[in-house]
Design a protein around this ligand. Sequence first.
Ligand code: B1M
Length: 215
Amino acid sequence: MSDNFTEIFNEISGLLQKGKAKDIVPLVEKALEAGAAPADILEKALMDGMNIIGGKFKRNEVFVPEVLIAARAMNKATETLKPHLAKAGINPVGKAIICTVKGDLHDIGKNLVKMMIEGKGIEVEDLGVDCETQTVVDKIKESDAKVLCLSALLTTTMAVQKDVINALKEAGVRDKVKVMVGGAPVTQNFADEIGADAYTPDAATAAEVCRAFYD
Ligand code: B1M
């Protein structure tokens, strides 16, 4: 089925790599109208493009400005996809909180995790990027959210996930929430080590595991 869409997916991936935020939205809409599955557009077109840019960034073939404009195009395109991915969820079954931890500005993965969780019928409050540990603790104290999702993309900031868990313990609210961790450098071993309730490698699995906490 997705083979029918290979050409348009490649085109979308190419536009993302060039950071063509304006051009990418109509093409995503065109793919949707042609019957492409929103999850396939996400994975086979957008994430494909982002992975290619990521590889080039790693090899010093492109630099921060190119990555930033690609990221902007990715965010525009995922905004277009959002209602289609969220269709499955009707009335929220509960609430979750998400953020990228202090010191970390990467938000594309977090936004995808948020979107996929929303697609499972869970209301998600987004505390944004570079989020102070104390802000997270205060939010957990006042909120009835059942799940806290922490994203970290840097080897230096994954340790902040541990700080958040420790701060929740110190504030006496650790048992109020299930803590889910993720992000490229995070592993199951690390999650176990810091006492997180769940680790998932990608947004789709994160949404499934998160939903299971409400069932
Ligand atoms: Co950054 N950066 N970056 N960067 N950047 C990485 C992460 C890096 C691996 C690139 C590289 O060297 N190959 C590297 C980290 C190295 C390391 O620590 N080991 C790196 C670096 C070094 C840096 C800077 C230090 C660069 C510099 O300034 N010299 C700097 C740090 C800034 C900061 O945060 N303080 C920096 C800056 C940036 C930009 C601002 C230019 C931009 C971010 C723009 C934005 O997010 N709005 C950027 C980008 C885009 C990247 C890469 C290229 C792509 C990240 C991305 O969005 N991927 C990245 C290289 C790469 O990953 N290939 C890189 C797509 C996204 C869908 O995937 O975020 O992994 P990801 O999310 C996945 C999973 O990880 C998972 O689900 C998502 C979807 O399936 N997931 C979760 C994420 N959170 C989860 C939470 C969960 C569960 C799953 O549960 C709660």
